[in-house]
Design a protein around this ligand. Structure first.
Ligand code: GLU
Length: 499
């Protein structure tokens, strides 16, 4: 494919939703696959909806996810400026052309007048739409004389510029995901291209920019499919070549009913934003690796066709194709996201995990040597999906239990006696290895006719504080003889006070 130029065109109206990150990702993959350009354009013509901090958030997200554009807002390039609010004069020039060619017109209707007409039509059961059926009876340059229009303009009567949608036509267009689609123009109203404040609306700015920025493929969310006929009409009116379109299926909530929303995410306590926004944690803060997050997103609507699920970004670039994007909506599943994170964590070297975990230990003012950390990680990593789960699964390697779950101890006196005995045997052991410890303990249990489970549980309480943790003999081997003895002494003192 020649000269691939794609764009991600978010509006700075708040943090990016994970669906938007998927759109950015698919654009990125497509651009990289065909050695094209991935452009970032900020669509901020609707000034009322702008939220401070959004642009920075967009940039930080693309950087975190490692899917940075190589051209566009903040990246530069030959087709700038890449922020639409800096391109207003360009849009105004093009819209004048449309008016001159008869594809657009000035509409001077006051809001109240339109509302009155809407209401009276409603009463007759007719839905008002500013279109071919009524435009000639309203207050616009199609029915006013040119003198009246000039007068209105000179006397600064507020106006909007509307697109003159042709009546009773069928627009046919091919979408790379949805195939051939056709729309009847009668269902489209004469959309406002320039508002009364002189600023272009999304539709006009979007089409002009895609043309001027030489966008070859428009890959965007399915929510824009309904705007497609208007965009096609605009391209036709300008006599511009139409780019290829691909409208990505929606991401549905876990139940598969409706678009995945922030409310769905809040209800099930999973993140919807990639990064922290105000006080809401994103995937990053919850401990997701960007590679895992991206891999999960890539497969949410795209399928390579085989069983493979773990793809590096490089592999995704190689394998990605629009034909393999599913037509139907994808259903979001947070457990799958967690699963991906776990896979990526398991793929990391013990050194890397230890390095990341060491930061957590240091925050808790725990300083131990690196080999010890690596030993612990080696033994517990299969149990965790996130770095931030390591502490809960390994704290007992780093500190003595502070509390004991004493509900679990049924006979204090007998237990104290046996624990003391076992401790005394430990004192004489030279090689404190898990297999040998196990033999010693089992011999003791058999010799005294004890119930294995009871003794093991109380030992586990001594070492961990509750009934969690890896193989008990291995815990003892790792923390060592001295520490194991100390912990047994501790619980004995604790239990004797409870007697
Ligand atoms: N500005 C639109 C948005 O916020 C982009 C639509 C498009 O990609 O054409 O999603």
């Amino acid at each position: 494919m020649k000269n691939v130029r794609v764009r991600f065109a978010p509006s700075p109206t708040g943090p990016l939703h994970l669906g938007s990150v998927r759109t950015a990702l698919y654009n990125y993959l497509f651009a990289k696959k065909y050695k094209g350009n991935f452009i970032l354009r900020i669509e901020d013509t609707d000034q009322n909806r702008i939220i401070n901090g959004s642009e920075k958030y967009i940039l930080n997200t693309l950087k975190w996810a490692r899917i940075e554009p190589n051209e566009g807002f903040n990246y530069g390039g030959n087709y700038g400026p890449y922020r639409q609010s800096e391109r207003i004069t360009i849009y105004n020039k093009y819209v004048k052309d449309l008016i001159e060619k008869g594809y657009a017109y000035y509409a001077f209707d006051r809001y109240e007048d339109i509302e009155n007409i809407r209401k009276s039509m409603n009463k007759q059961g007719i839905i008002f739409s500013y279109n071919a059926s009524i435009r000639n009876k309203l207050n616009n340059s199609l029915c006013l004389t040119s003198k009246e229009v000039i007068n209105n303009l000179n006397s600064k009567i507020p106006y909007v510029i509307r697109f003159k949608v042709p009546s009773s036509e069928r627009i046919k267009i091919y979408d790379d995901i949805h195939g051939n689609i056709s729309f009847k123009t009668d269902f489209i109203d004469d959309k406002i291209l320039v508002k009364s404040n002189g600023i272009a609306t999304y539709h006009l700015a979007n089409v002009i920019d895609d043309h001027l920025m030489r966008i070859s493929n428009v890959i965007r969310g399915e929510e824009w499919l309904s705007s497609l006929p208007l965009h096609v009409l605009l391209y036709r009116a300008f006599e511009w070549e139409i780019p290829n379109f691909a409208h990505l299926p929606l991401i549905l909530n876990t139940k598969g009913k409706g678009k995945l929303s922030k409310r769905d995410a809040d209800k099930s306590n999973f993140p919807i934003f990639p990064l922290k926004w105000k006080n809401i944690d994103g995937y990053n803060e919850r401990g997701y690796f960007p590679e895992a997050f991206i891999n999960m997103l890539a497969l949410l609507g795209w399928n390579h066709g085989d069983q493979k699920e773990i793809f590096s970004l490089k592999e995704l670039i190689n394998k990605f194709s629009i034909e393999k994007i599913n037509k139907s909506s994808a259903r979001f599943n947070i457990n799958k996201a967690i699963w991906f994170n776990k896979q990526y964590l398991q793929l990391k070297s013990v050194e890397e995990i230890s390095f990341l975990f060491k930061k957590e230990l240091n925050k808790r003012k725990i300083y131990v040597n690196d080999n010890y950390i690596k030993l612990v990680i080696n033994n517990i990593k299969e149990r965790v999906s996130f770095i931030n789960e390591i502490w809960d699964n390994s704290f007992y390697f780093f500190e003595r239990p502070k509390n004991y779950d004493i509900k679990l101890i049924n006979n204090f006196i007998i237990n104290i006696y046996h624990l003391n005995e076992i401790k005394n045997i430990f004192k004489h052991i030279k090689i404190f290895s898990k297999d040998y410890i196990k033999t010693i303990i089992m011999d003791y249990i058999n010799h005294n006719n004890l119930i294995t489970k009871n003794i093991i549980q109380v030992l586990r309480l001594a070492l961990v504080g509750n009934l969690q943790g890896i193989d008990i003999y291995l815990i003892m081997e790792i923390i060592g003889k001295i520490e194991s003895i100390k912990r047994i002494e501790y619980i004995c003192t604790f239990l004797s006070k409870k007697k």
